[in-house]
Design a binder for this molecule. Structure first.
Ligand SMILES: Nc1nc2c(ncn2[C@@H]2O[C@H](COP(=O)(O)OP(=O)(O)OP(=O)(O)O)[C@@H](O)[C@H]2O)c(=O)[nH]1
Ligand SMILES: [Mg+2]
Length: 325
């Protein structure tokens, strides 16, 4: 990869709007090769001063709720009606195993994927969710330096990827389906608590009324689940990714949120907390990896594990013996 040698030139090119350079930069960021890390760091350092101006929005919800279709429609709305440039990223820790990616299937984003105001990047591969999410977060900074106004982050809709997405975005949008009936559709309470906005998607055709009823029911329960430090209370809206109904209202919510958080200081504070979160999280992963990669430590750990399992020493003593060395 010739660009590894000159990350600063790459940063300059992507900032000037060169899409090929942007694609290459993201490939460099996502590379798992140890000899690419320093170049990737230099690239990021060159991008960071120009990042931070975009609005970052996470799109989550159970598989099949319509996340990709929504991103296509919402992205096109932002481009056409608001004149904004939109980048789409993903966090999909499973893509490595399935050899695909939630964004691999660009047919769901048919319009956006061919629009020159948009840029779509599938989920990077990685060993751990932390690693995958870290790369997505770094790609987000690079896209911002490339001048995108809005970053949409799609998650797989199950497990921990939502939390990772919430920890890198300004607005966490939870999509639900109409008429599933059960209380918040088995979505973990913790995820609902994180939502800055909720939209019942597929509010079209004969499901339109059902969606309205669902939104009214969810409005009551979400109110009880949230009691937030930033004083925001998430609204439940309806939308249709197929017809485009409700999309302007969702954008209004995002804007209202941004104005309110900028006024009360939480916009910046949330981003600071997120940076601290990733520093802690990745440090923990790195220290753990370092620990595992030392043969001497491995040996000692095997020995202590034996002692703990046989009841000679307690778990806490075992941990102390391993970490004091
Ligand atoms: N009627 C209707 N169908 C929709 C709407 N949005 C999405 N769909 C359909 O729902 C199905 C799933 O849509 P996707 O956009 O792939 O859903 P997803 O949440 O991205 O799914 P995964 O990526 O597999 O988790 C597709 O058949 C879409 O055409 C909508 O607003 N109305
Ligand atoms: Mg999808």
């Amino acid at each position: 990869m010739s660009f590894v040698g000159d990350p600063l030139a790459l940063a300059a090119a992507l900032r000037a709007g060169d899409r090929v350079a942007l694609g290459r930069a993201l490939t460099l960021i996502e590379s798992t090769r140890a000899d690419h890390r320093l170049a990737a760091e230099a690239l990021l350092a060159a991008c960071l001063p120009y990042s931070g101006r975009a609005k970052r929005i996470a799109i989550t919800g159970t598989p099949g709720v319509g996340k990709s279709t929504f991103i296509d429609a919402f992205g096109m709305y932002l481009i056409r009606e608001q004149g904004l440039r939109v980048a789409v990223l993903a966090i999909d820790p499973s893509s490595r195993l399935s050899r695909g990616s939630i964004l691999g299937d660009k047919t769901r984003m048919a319009e956006l994927s061919v629009n020159e105001m948009a840029f779509i990047r599938p989920s990077p591969a990685g060993e751990s969710l932390g690693g995958v999410a870290l790369r997505t977060r770094e790609c987000l900074h690079v896209c911002e330096a490339a001048g995108f106004d809005i970053i949409l982050v799609e998650t797989v809709g199950v497990g921990q990827s939502e939390v990772a997405a919430q920890e890198m975005t300004d607005f966490f949008l939870l999509l639900l389906q109409p008429g599933a009936g059960d209380e918040l559709q088995g979505i973990k309470r913790g995820i609902v608590e994180l939502a800055d906005g909720v939209a019942v998607n597929k509010a079209d055709g004969d499901k339109a009324n059902l969606a309205k009823q669902a939104a009214a029911a969810y409005s009551a329960s979400i109110h009880l689940l949230q009691g937030r430090e930033d004083n925001w209370s998430a609204k439940v809206q309806t939308c249709s990714a197929l017809t485009g109904a409700g999309l302007p209202e969702i954008w209004s919510q995002v804007q209202r949120f941004a104005e309110q958080m900028e006024a009360n200081g939480w916009w910046t504070k949330r981003r600071e907390l997120q940076t601290a979160y990733w520093l802690d999280r990745l440090l923990r992963e790195a220290v753990w990896q370092q620990f595992l990669s030392s043969p001497a430590m491995q040996e000692k750990a095997t020995d202590i594990r034996q002692q703990v399992l046989s009841g000679q020493i307690s778990v806490s003593e075992g941990v102390r013996l391993l970490t004091n060395s």
